[in-house]
Design a protein. Structure first.
Length: 83
């Protein structure tokens, strides 16, 4: 199963990547900035695979830059807790 198809697997995958980034010495701010870039890429290039991703895309699309940063930070927290 593709990791993008199941939201729980997606959160666990992101959590693992966050752990790796922290182990490499990245700060939470740096991780959040990377998450923002990934969120922007996903919103523009990847078709949502489930209801949760569709909601995130809709939120991302209507959000301004500050709100997108907040969404990215919340996703980092959510994924970190999935570990």
């Amino acid at each position: 199963m593709d990791v993008l198809e199941n939201f729980e697997e997606w959160k666990q995958f992101l959590g693992t990547q966050i752990d790796r980034a922290q182990a490499m010495g990245m700060s939470k701010d740096q991780i959040a900035r990377v998450a923002e870039h990934i969120g922007d890429f996903l919103a523009h290039k990847v078709d949502p695979k489930n209801v949760q991703q569709r909601l995130l895309k809709q939120m991302w699309d209507v959000a301004n830059e500050d709100e997108q940063q907040a969404i990215a930070r919340v996703m980092v927290k959510l994924a970190d807790k999935a570990q």
